[in-house]
Ligand binder design. Structure first.
Ligand code: PLP
Ligand code: SF4
Length: 348
């Protein structure tokens, strides 16, 4: 029997004709964009779009500017050169990023792996996964494996169980993390059966990816409740995107609403310099101002780490507005309201 989430996914919009029919406008000009970077908008996410040009539309619907980017890089994080075996990116000594599918419930227009998600340019098979298991078994310093893709939760329950069994059989792998946008883009995928499978592999963490408060729906809330109910700590990464969420009010509301569905904000990312994504990039100052609007003004729990994933594969670099005015025998500080404070540092 085909699970309901799969039949929903099968009814996704993937062509300019379907898009034109749905919105009653002519989108045939998007054909070349879709040829280069696939489109998939499933009926659930499509239903959340209120009007062309709104923040959810921008994340899902192709834009001609994707083909007019002369600034950014095909593989901004240098992942291909940092993969000792196919689909396993090993940048930090003690953790690895393991890509387990090329499929997603939606192809986000700003995706860092735009070069290959949803295309034959990214191939994953049980054979490539077995090579990754062997690498992880051999490299015992890797204690944290981040499963990503594509979206790992688009794998069938059976394949996911097989994958997690294999990872858990490697004694040096202490932490398993799943990175999945499914709680946001196709929350009905989070079935009771899936939650029951995942809870067999603790400590297992799940980081999801919400970018706008309009994505936090009752169905998404139910999906997160089900995961949290299975004892899975939930985190979230958000990407700062021009015209989607690049202001303090939107990000503030998003962080609060995430906490209400038991998801802890983890990272706020500066958009990567990915070819085809240039029109989404904001200035770094915007992110710092947003951070300043959060820090001290709301629950520390609601404050993510703002970071740039360094082009070239330098890793994630945190950026914090500076509260330090001078560092010596006295530390001079500024608090969240801009008031001067000091701390005696004269301890030698
Ligand atoms: C993001 C990432 C990780 C995990 O980084 P954390 O800061 O521990 O969340 C690991 N490997 C790669 C290649 C990554 O891009
Ligand atoms: S779900 Fe994640 S991997 Fe898939 S297209 Fe969106 S950002 Fe990229």
């Amino acid at each position: 029997m085909i699970p309901p989430w799969k039949s929903l996914l099968a009814r996704s919009i993937t062509t300019p004709e379907q898009l034109s029919r749905h919105f009653g406008q002519d989108f045939s000009a998007l054909a070349p964009v879709i040829e280069q970077f696939p489109m998939r908008i499933n009926p659930y996410y499509l239903g959340l779009i209120k009007t062309p040009g709104d923040p959810l539309w921008r994340q899902a619907v192709p834009d001609p500017r994707e083909l007019d980017d002369h600034v950014c890089l095909v593989d901004p994080l240098d992942e291909e050169n940092r993969s000792p075996v196919e689909n396993l990116v090993h940048t930090y000594p003690d953790r690895a990023l393991f890509l387990v599918t090329n499929q997603c419930a939606m192809y986000c227009r700003f995706c860092t792996r735009k070069r290959k998600v949803g295309t034959p340019r990214m191939l994953v098979s049980r054979e490539t996964m077995r090579e990754a298991f062997a690498y992880l078994r051999k490299n015992k310093q890797i204690r944290d494996v981040l499963i990503s893709g594509g979206d790992p939760l688009l794998l069938s329950d059976e394949t996911l169980g097989w994958l997690l069994d294999n990872l858990r059989a490697i004694p040096s792998v202490q932490i398993i993390r799943i990175g999945s946008r499914v709680p946001c883009t196709l929350p009905m995928r989070i079935t009771t059966r899936l939650a029951a499978i995942l809870k067999r592999y603790h400590p297992l963490y799940l980081n999801t990816h919400f970018n706008h408060p309009d994505e936090i729906t009752p169905v998404a809330a139910k999906a997160c409740a089900r995961l949290a109910g299975a004892g899975i700590p939930l985190g979230n990464q958000t990407v700062l995107l021009k015209g989607v969420n690049d202001n303090a009010a939107t990000i503030g509301r998003l962080m609060h609403e995430l906490l209400m569905i038991r998801v802890k904000p983890y990272y706020l990312f500066q958009a990567d310099m990915t070819l085809g994504v240039n029109h989404f990039r904001t200035k770094v100052e915007t992110g710092l101002e947003i951070m300043q609007s959060l820090i001290g003004h709301t629950s520390g729990l609601a404050v993510p780490t703002f970071a740039i994933d360094a082009p070239g594969g330098g890793g994630k670099i945190p950026l914090t507005p500076s509260y330090l005015t001078s560092l010596g025998k006295t530390v001079s500080l500024t608090n969240y309201l801009g008031a001067p404070c000091s701390y005696h540092n004269d301890l030698d």
